[in-house]
Design a protein around this ligand. Structure first.
Ligand code: ADP
Ligand code: MG
Length: 347
């Protein structure tokens, strides 16, 4: 199947290069496979219904640090992050499965904490935990969640589908989860050096909450349905807007113009970024794990969303393929670089 004879480092391909390299050899053959690898979730036809399916893995030391991620929050966040990919297809989540690898560091009570968080998230998003797998692990905690959801075929949203002049919309605010992580990492360092010092998290409650208490925007899927809007393309913001824009643009064959002044950034994100000597707009573009939805709509749909404070138009699609531009407050134009999180990258 693969013809490589020499050793190739995964860092040469990066996460997305690796996925598309592998995917080339797995063409979908079943007529029920409407959409396979390459979007936020796959779409499978089940009689008259359509099912979105997506899997996510969370590995201790890579995706979370148990020094500051309470297990209950982690369980909740794992479900939220997985369900978020279902929302990205404009589907409503219905079921999840959870495979877990546990080292002997974990007690029954610890696993119960984790599952209490998952249960709360299941309740919030209206999903049933219907299965999974349990195994021992030699390298801490490993979680793999699969989420399923339902969507009408004429309402499925893909990464492809955006047209030039469509409005680019993001929900909620962005950059907060990343700045929250910076605070948690800073306080962890302080704690390791001075264990008697209490972490100062109260000042940063909103952004720390964005990092530790992630939410999937199932509510947005319901609102879009009520407003009778089917986005022309959609993704969830897990790796940062910049990185997601490249995915939407590449799949849709469009470019994007984004306006810095429109980026929805919480004041606490702004203040913290400045205190860290970071540019808040760059954090908003490149910070990951906000789990907001980024989508395009036809201009004609603008009236339907313009009064909803949860939706912000941050730019529009252009017919300049491969062009992703940030128009700054100062009136300059920069090329946006996708600096979002990617596994296997050298740096
Ligand atoms: P997300 O960030 O939304 O989780 P990913 O970038 O992880 O999306 O995945 C992009 C696409 O590649 C999805 O369709 C996913 O199912 C698929 N994919 C990722 N890893 C693998 C793998 N190891 N084998 C097969 N498909 C994969
Ligand atoms: Mg993934």
């Amino acid at each position: 199947m693969f013809e490589n004879t020499e050793r190739t480092e995964l860092s040469n391909l990066g996460e997305f290069g690796l996925i598309s390299h592998l995917a080339k050899h797995f063409e979908a053959k079943n007529p029920s496979t409407l959409l396979g690898i390459g979007d936020d979730a796959a779409i499978v036809k089940m009689g008259d219904a359509y099912m979105a399916v997506s899997t996510d893995t969370f590995i201790e030391g890579v995706h979370f640090d148990l020094m500051f991620h309470p297990l209950k929050h982690l369980g909740y966040k794992a479900v939220a992050a997985t369900v978020s990919d279902i929302c990205a297809m404009n589907a409503l989540p219905t079921q999840i499965t959870c495979a877990i690898g546990l080292s002997n560091r974990f007690s029954l009570e610890a696993v119960e904490e984790l599952y209490e968080g998952m249960r709360l998230a299941c309740e919030k998003y209206g999903v049933d935990l219907i299965g999974g797998d349990t195994s021992s692990s030699r390298s801490g905690l490993i979680l793999t969640l699969t989420a399923m959801g339902e969507v009408d075929l004429n309402k499925v949203t893909y990464r492809k589908g955006a047209n030039a002049n469509d409005l680019l919309v993001v929900t909620g605010d962005v950059g907060g989860a990343f700045m929250g992580l910076q605070i948690l990492e800073r306080e962890k360092k302080v704690f390791l050096e001075h264990p008697s010092m209490q972490p100062d998290l109260e000042t940063y409650d909103y952004i720390v909450g964005r990092q530790l208490k992630a939410e999937a925007r199932v509510d947005v899927i319901q609102i879009l349905d009520e407003l009778n809007i089917v986005p022309t393309s959609m993704m969830d913001v897990s790796d940062g807007i910049a990185s997601e824009l490249f995915h939407l643009g590449a799949a849709s064959n469009v470019g994007f113009d984004v306006y810095e002044e429109k980026l929805p950034i919480d004041p606490q994100t702004v203040d913290t970024a400045i205190a860290f000597d970071l540019n808040p707009s760059i954090m908003a573009l490149n910070g990951g794990e906000d789990y907001e939805l980024l989508f395009t709509i036809k201009q004609a749909d603008w009236d339907k969303i313009k009064n909803n404070p949860d939706f912000t138009v941050i730019g529009h699609a252009t017919d300049l393929v491969n062009s992703y531009r940030l128009n700054t407050k100062a009136g300059n134009t920069f090329d946006i670089k996708a600096q979002g999180w990617q596994h296997f990258h050298k740096d």
